[in-house]
Design a binder for this molecule. Sequence first.
Ligand code: SF4
Length: 65
Amino acid sequence: MKVWVDPEKCRGHALCLTYAEDAFEFIDLEDRSVVIEGAVDSVAPDVFRAAANECPERAIIIEED
Ligand code: SF4
């Protein structure tokens, strides 16, 4: 599974951090979110799927294996 945040779509309201604080971190200066390095291996796939479903901008991109 690959997961990333599309920087063109992310609007920085940080809902993803609310749903998956172990999976995403915020880049304050750019006002957007990114996947924490290594989180894809340590966080359950359903956590990413739930965050992707809740992202209002559909900015969380998941590529299933
Ligand atoms: S919820 Fe979506 S748009 Fe908002 S910060 Fe997270 S990835 Fe970006």
